[in-house]
Each structure stands twice: as C-alpha cells, then as structure tokens.
Design a protein around this ligand. Structure first.
Ligand code: SF4
Length: 330
C-alpha cells in the first residue's frame, strides 16, 4: 500500500430532524490524513463535530445522521463503498474505538474476561479457552494487577481507572491498525489520567498503531500527538504538525485556544477565555462561523466563508488572514 494509512477526503455528515426541516452540518467538508504509527489530536469545544467525525469513520452513526459526501480511504480502499457486513469485520478488528465513559462500553452482566475475549472469538474465531488466555495477557499488557483474578470479576468490582484500562484492552485485542480514543481520560482523576495517557502511548509504540485522540484539551495534545486538527462548527479550521501549530498558530480560534491554556514556566502571562459561545450547529452564522467571536474580524468574514488555505507545506488554515496577500480585502 502506498499513501497514508487513513485518508479522509471532503467528508460531510449531516443530522436531519424528524420532519426534515432542520439540517445540522455536524461534519462539513473535512479533509485529513494519518500515517501508520502517527498520533493525530482532534481538538475543539463541545459540539464542534469531533465525535461525529470519529463515528463517521467507523460508519457507526445514529439513524438521524447521514454521510452526504466524501471518501474514507483506509489502507487504500474507500470505506464508503463497503457493505455493512464488511464494516462489521473492520470495526473492532482494523479500526477500534475507546469511548469516554467506560461504563457505557462495558456490560455489567458479563465478566471482564468474557468482554475482553469476545472480539477475539468473533473476529479471529478463537475458542473460549484460548480467548480467555489472551484476555488475561491483555489485562497484563494494560497493567492490571492480578489479571488472573480480575479477569473473573464484573465491571462494578473495578475502579474507574481499571475499567478504562479494560476498555483499552478490548480495543487492542484484535491488534487494530487505527485506534480512536474519544476523550478517554475525562472521567479519570489527574494521576490516573497521566498513567492512562502513558499507557496509550506505550501501546501505540508497541503495536505501531495510528492513534486518533479526540479531546478539548490542548495540553494533552501537546504531550500525546504529532499532528493536530482543530475543529469549529463542524469544519476543520486549522491542521498541521503539533509543534508548528503551537509555535505559530495561523487561525484566530487556535490562537485563542492556546492562550486559554496554562504553559509551564510562563507565570507572567494571563490566561484569556474565548469570548462568546460556539454557534448552534443547526444555525451557524453566515460567512466564517467564528466571526461573532473573532478579535480579528474583517468585513468579508461576515458574508464569505473562507476556504482552506495552505500556510506552509504542512499547515492549513480556514481564515481569510491566511489567504495569499492579493486575495485579502477586509
Ligand atoms: Fe476571524 Fe475572519 Fe479569520 Fe474567521 S476568517 S477567523 S472571522 S479573521
């Protein structure tokens, strides 16, 4: 296979209300790619479309949502052309996902061992004994103490940190190529959070996984990711290598996000909050969706939506300020 492992091209997913009168562009014309072994952070406030984008990649959307355009090239093949039964073989085996609430992912009626072993039995046809052996190994891999005992326990007998590790064990059980982690540390306290992030990084390196990390926390992205994609109102407003974007953010929204996080050793600088609220995704403002909150607004921003501009070979921005000089008229 040549080219990126995952190549998303001009992808759009809309939610349509029951009467068909309201359309929410939850994911709007998103293009990005990811190589084997890389980590991509997808960042944005609540409602920016991050989780819908992840569910679109797996084609696991609720009935009201529809992928209206675009391609999802995975290992050189367009997932949009796969049948539902082919997608079932890809989900969990080739592309796996860790959800933010481990209790929502675990069935309280089954033991940990049954739940970790299930994808191994379904996708690889392993017998119960073999699959349970693998499940115990996987618990060890995610650093659960006394795995032989824990494998026989039920989710309610484990701490929140342990449950999140179990969800991680299930996600890597069939050695996927891509792991999507959707706010996986939200329910954990800070110490457990740091341990879990380290575990994810170690698993990624050990299995050469491509990791997509969905978060509202830019501090976590700085620690975890090679690439970052910033979403606002369903659109990708800036993307590129983490170091480059943290050092020279081009989009005013990214600049505002970065000014709102504490930086080590920068005690003089005051943190600033972003004025205003994200737009209602079903009724975004005309022009640039960020314009009501943007400190650098120009006249054209109120009526003309900026296209994606190339800031450097590796960095893009959807802002008129990044347009070639003769295209900018405020
Ligand atoms: Fe601000 Fe205009 Fe750029 Fe939008 S296009 S981010 S309103 S300067």
């Amino acid at each position: 296979m040549t080219g990126p492992l995952l190549d998303i091209r001009r992808l759009s997913t809309h939610y349509v209300s029951a009467r068909g009168t309201r359309v929410t562009r939850a994911v709007d014309d998103v293009t990005l790619s990811l190589d084997q072994g890389q980590t991509l952070g997808i960042v944005g406030e609540s409602g920016s479309g991050k989780t819908t984008l992840a569910l679109t990649l797996l084609r696991m959307l609720p009935p009201a949502a529809k992928i209206v355009s675009g391609e999802i090239m995975f290992e050189g093949v367009d997932l949009m052309k796969k049948s539902e039964s082919e997608m079932r073989r890809i989900r969990g085996k080739r592309i796996a996902m860790i959800l933010q609430d481990p209790m929502a992912s675990l069935n309280p009626l089954f033991t940990v061992g049954d739940q970790v072993a299930e994808p191994i039995r379904v996708h690889e046809g392993a017998g119960r004994r073999n699959a349970w052996g693998r499940a115990t190994e996987l618990l060890k891999a995610v650093r659960i103490a006394a795995p032989e005992r824990r494998v026989r326990e039920y989710p309610h007998q484990l701490s929140g940190g342990m449950r999140q590790r179990i969800v991680g064990a299930i996600a890597i059980s069939c050695e996927p190529r891509v792991l999507i982690a959707d706010e996986p540390t939200t329910s954990l306290d800070l110490t457990i959070q740091a341990q879990y992030l380290k575990l994810l990084r170690d698993l990624q390196r050990a299995h050469n996984l491509a990791l997509i990390f969905i978060t509202h926390n830019l501090g976590i992205v700085a620690k975890m990711c090679d690439q970052v994609a910033v979403m606002y109102a369903g659109r990708l407003v800036e993307a590129g290598p983490v170091k480059q974007i943290y050092n020279s953010p081009a989009h005013p929204y990214t600049q505002a996000l970065l000014e709102s996080i504490p930086r080590l050793g920068d005690s003089r600088k005051r943190l600033t909050a972003i004025d205003g609220q994200p737009p209602d995704p079903s009724a975004p403002p005309p022009g640039c969706a960020f314009h009501p909150r943007c400190p650098k607004i120009m006249d054209r921003c109120r009526t003309e939506a900026p296209p994606e501009f190339r800031v450097t070979d590796t960095q893009t921005s959807r802002c008129w300020l990044s347009a070639p000089v003769n295209a900018v008229r405020g």
